[in-house]
Design a protein around this ligand. Structure first.
Ligand code: ZN
Length: 137
């Protein structure tokens, strides 16, 4: 039931090209994929690092949660994502200990993978995402 690995570390950026200038050009990380997520109103670039990934998030509207976060706190680290095999079991385990979730039920990405966020008020200030990994991955 405990998380398996750090799936990704997410960074909010105000400009994807200048962010890639560091993460891709200066560090030499490859771009593993990009995604246009209408649901969260973000443009995403994933850069694999070993078993984990850096996730760059750029808001595409002014009124999304991430856009507000960027306006209030500026660019920087946004959340840490831990992979779990059974997201419902992980969420139930966390909730049973009085930890506050942002999402009461898992949300689903376009590729079918499920995720949910734990509220930073309950984690000591770090937004934590749980991401369901299929055992075959
Ligand atoms: Zn994430």
């Amino acid at each position: 039931m405990a998380p398996i690995k750090i799936d990704h570390v997410a960074v909010v950026v105000d400009d994807l090209d200048s962010a890639l200038n560091f993460w891709q050009n200066a560090l030499g990380l490859p771009i593993g994929g990009t995604e246009h997520n209408e649901h969260e109103a973000v443009e995403i670039a994933f850069l694999p690092v070993g078993e984990s990934r850096i996730e760059l998030l750029k808001p595409i509207t002014d009124d999304s949660g991430i856009a507000k976060y960027l306006a209030k706190r500026g660019p920087g680290m946004h959340h840490l994502c831990l992979a779990v095999y059974d997201i419902e079991a992980a969420m139930a385990h966390i909730a049973a200990q009085g930890i506050q979730m942002i999402n009461e039920t898992p949300r689903t990405r376009e590729d079918g993978t499920r995720y949910a966020f734990v509220h930073p008020k309950s984690t000591g200030g770090v937004m934590v995402e749980l991401y369901e990994l299929k055992p075959s991955n």
